[in-house]
Design a protein. Structure first.
Length: 557
């Protein structure tokens, strides 16, 4: 009986619902109140643009789980692990030139760390004013005049002259390329202290930092302790008659040269950045300022010891703490800052260790590809010689090859054909290009991960400064003869040199991770949007990235 009553009750309910449905469908639903759009966050008082020289996406992925300091904070923000220095010229100067200009080297004009100038008969430095009679290859007069486009700091000051544009690094070219032309202060390490452009005075804050750093150098310092998570890479690897992989960076008293190639130079760079914040009042008023800080020790360590030993592990552990101190000092001063961290390029390990790890094709470059031997070979092939003695300049690694001045058009054509033929036949060469053919190609667009080698080279090509021929070596070919202090490098068109992390952080930002490929030329338009700086179409090669991770869209403000 109970089951029958339940069934009847269910049937009655169903009939009642069926009868009610028509009337329910005719009723107008109550209006849903519109959700107000989230108010945009106020502009940050300070843009903190950080570059880690030679910090590849591979290193970031390898060590990110161990970070507890500044990197750990950045990992709570907007994380783009697949950033690209999209071009082929993966060197310090071109890479830094992209970070705050939003332009590829083909537009910045900074196609290498140096390039051959036929009129001068020598290579000129990317951050040099060779027009100054005091400038030379060994002692260049540091200048920003080779940079053809404005930086974010330049544009900020153009919009409001009260904005401050400041940069600090251990390398002059990093500070110059990140700050640009209209610079309130730019400092870099030279010899025994931080210095600046000729004709400018070193400020009191810099003098104080130099005194503090000088005391540290005079006293010396013990070796760094090895973090537990670095033990697995603490193994000696033989390279010729020396080893790499176990060094701890002890500092002998008075050893200025070694100091600049240890994690301590990064610590001094971070300390100077804080002193400049105080001295110049960065981030203290209603006008947004920009402070560019390029940390150079990762590059020095990578060149000297490679990327996979205890040395690099110690370096990144120390840099993590240096970043943490920098952020903490800004917090303590109440500075509302938007930080971005990326790199000028990546890097590859010493081939001797790579082979032990199964990278069978890793090898040192054939000396036949150096400028000296290649010049002699092409002269034999063509009968063409140069009055200056050497026919070709710049060979010996991926990149530009320039012809000596004084060649007739017929000789240039002959040398070009012979060079292309010889290089194309070499087993260590992946591709070789004629400058005249490259000049006819459009600058590439789209996903940088999918660019051909030719497109990567085109993004580095400037017809006024690039060589007559571009040579790209194969994956795993490492230039240079190894010696203590130099075992590995970068500069190739391959992704171990192109891929870098891009991390954005601001207090209150909704964190997220975006795995799709982005470019370093996206940084400047993203920061510009965050501070409400509108620039004409065509200003940037990159695009604005929505770094809010929320309903608010930075790029549409």
């Amino acid at each position: 009986m109970r089951a029958a009553r339940v069934a009847l009750a269910s049937l009655a309910s169903a009939l009642a619902l069926t009868v009610a449905l028509p009337s329910m469908a005719q009723e107008t639903p109550p209006p849903v109140p519109a959700t107000p759009a989230p108010a945009p966050a106020p502009k940050p008082r300070l843009i903190l643009a950080i570059s880690i020289d030679q910090f590849s996406a591979d290193l970031f992925a390898q060590y990110r789980e161990h970070f507890t300091g500044g990197f750990a904070r950045l990992l709570t923000g907007a994380v783009f692990p697949q950033g690209f220095q999209s071009h082929a010229a993966t060197e310090t100067c071109p890479g830094h030139s992209t970070l705050l200009t939003g332009a590829h080297p083909s537009r910045t004009g900074v196609i290498a760390n140096s390039w051959y100038d036929a009129k001068l008969g020598r290579e000129v430095y990317c951050a040099e004013n060779e027009r100054d009679p005091r400038s030379s290859a060994k002692e260049p007069v540091v200048s920003n005049w080779h940079l053809k486009v404005p930086t974010l700091g330049d544009l900020m000051k153009r919009a409001n002259p009260a904005a401050l544009n400041v940069a600090v690094s251990a390398k002059d070219r990093a500070a110059v390329m990140m700050s640009g032309h209209d610079v309130d202060a730019a400092y870099w390490w030279l010899g025994k202290g931080f210095t600046t452009y000729q004709g400018r005075a070193v400020s009191a804050a810099v003098q104080a930092q130099n005194v503090a750093t000088g005391k540290l150098i005079d006293a010396g310092a013990p070796a760094f302790s090895l973090p537990q998570w670095c033990e697995k890479v603490d193994r000696a690897t033989p390279v010729k008659d020396f080893t790499i992989g176990t060094y701890r960076f002890p500092l002998k008293a008075g050893d200025t040269k070694s100091f600049g190639r240890t994690p301590r130079i990064d610590a001094a760079t971070g300390e100077l950045a804080v002193r400049l914040v105080d001295e110049m009042g960065l981030g203290k008023d209603d006008v947004t300022d920009v402070l560019s800080v390029s940390f150079s020790a990762t590059d020095y360590v990578g060149h000297a010891y490679g990327t996979e030993g205890a040395e690099m592990c110690i370096q990144l552990a120390q840099l993590d703490q240096t970043l943490g101190r920098l952020f903490a000092e800004l917090d303590r001063r109440g500075v509302d800052f938007l930080a971005v961290l990326s790199a000028d390029h990546g890097g590859i390990d010493a081939p001797e260790r790579l082979k032990l790890q199964g990278f069978a094709s890793a090898q040192r470059i054939d000396p036949a590809l150096t400028a000296e031997q290649l010049s002699a070979a092409i002269s034999r092939d063509t009968g063409v010689t140069a009055k200056s003695g050497q026919l070709l300049h710049g060979a010996g690694a991926s990149g530009d090859i320039w012809f000596a001045p004084g060649l007739t058009p017929a000789q240039q054509k002959k040398v070009t054909a012979a060079l292309l033929k010889r290089l194309a036949a070499h087993p260590q060469v992946a591709a070789v290009y004629d400058a005249k053919a490259l000049a006819k190609l459009p600058v590439p667009q789209g996903n940088p991960q999918d660019w051909t080698v030719e497109q990567r080279v085109r993004a580095s090509f400037d017809p006024e400064r690039s060589g007559q021929v571009m040579m790209m070596t194969r994956r795993g070919v490492v230039p240079g003869d190894p010696q203590p202090g130099y075992t590995a490098t970068h500069g190739s068109p391959w992704d171990y040199d192109r891929r870098v992390p891009m991390l954005f952080w601001r207090k209150g930002m909704a964190g997220f991770e975006q795995p799709d490929p982005v470019e370093t030329v996206d940084i400047a338009p993203t920061l510009a949007a965050a501070i409400g700086l509108a620039e004409p179409v065509g200003t940037w090669d990159g695009r604005c990235l929505d770094i809010d991770g929320s309903a608010a869209d930075t790029c549409r403000r």
